[in-house]
Design a protein around this ligand. Structure first.
Ligand SMILES: CC(C)(COP(=O)(O)OP(=O)(O)OC[C@H]1O[C@@H](n2cnc3c(N)ncnc32)[C@H](O)[C@@H]1OP(=O)(O)O)[C@@H](O)C(=O)NCCC(=O)NCCS
Length: 165
């Protein structure tokens, strides 16, 4: 008894607010919140979101009805072609184990396939055993273990430095 709704650019104001609410309960990311509006709902959004929502009757004790979300964007691999990247997948603790995480991820997969993507990519922290097991149970595999990929990042001063002409 939950429903999924998709958000993309030019979403109406109400759902946009709902996505913000759900994200606020996951990781408190102030910088993120500041840019959410611009990054997700402008003419050329950097990301898209799907929110899982329960009826009023099943709301949390704090009154939340938006209880999970997936955040994704499209990417590209010279090897595999079109790809979809899932940046976040989250279900509030009291709603886990009811098929909501799977439904959210399945929706991301569906949208990826519909857009001609050949793979769904994401990362998971090594201590997050429970999520790793969840992904493995969905037929995903660990490319760090099988292919030897390492996630790399450049940020802050190093990024500024790199960008110097
Ligand atoms: C990972 C997460 C999204 C899973 O959502 P969920 O709603 O609890 O998962 P579901 O109920 O949809 O589970 C779907 C399937 O995965 C299986 N599964 C779920 N958690 C599992 C686990 N820890 N180990 C093995 N299988 C698991 C279920 O048994 C179910 O299998 P079935 O389809 O054969 O019945 C949720 O636990 C979560 O939000 N965790 C915290 C946030 C997080 O760490 N996100 C990932 C960041 S990379």
């Amino acid at each position: 008894c939950f429903k999924l709704s998709q958000w993309a650019g030019r979403a109406p104001a109400a759902p946009r607010h709902r996505l913000q609410q759900v994200m606020a309960v996951f990781e408190a990311l102030p910088a993120w919140q500041r840019n959410l509006e611009q990054d997700g709902f402008s003419k050329n959004p950097f990301f898209h979101g799907i929110v899982a929502e329960v009826s009023d009757q099943h709301r949390t004790k704090d009154g939340h009805t938006k209880i999970g979300y997936a955040l994704y964007f499209y990417s590209y691999s010279s090897w595999a072609g079109r790809a979809i990247y899932m940046e976040d997948l989250y279900v509030m603790p009291e709603f886990r184990g009811k098929g909501i995480g799977k439904a959210l991820m399945s929706k991301v997969a569906q949208l990826g396939l519909a857009a001609g993507c050949n793979q769904l990519d994401f990362t998971v922290l090594d201590w997050n055993k429970s999520s790793l097991d969840f992904y493995l149970s969905q037929g995903c595999f660990d490319i760090t273990a099988t292919v030897g990929y390492h996630c790399m990042r450049c940020k802050g001063e190093a990024l500024e430095h790199l960008a110097q002409p």
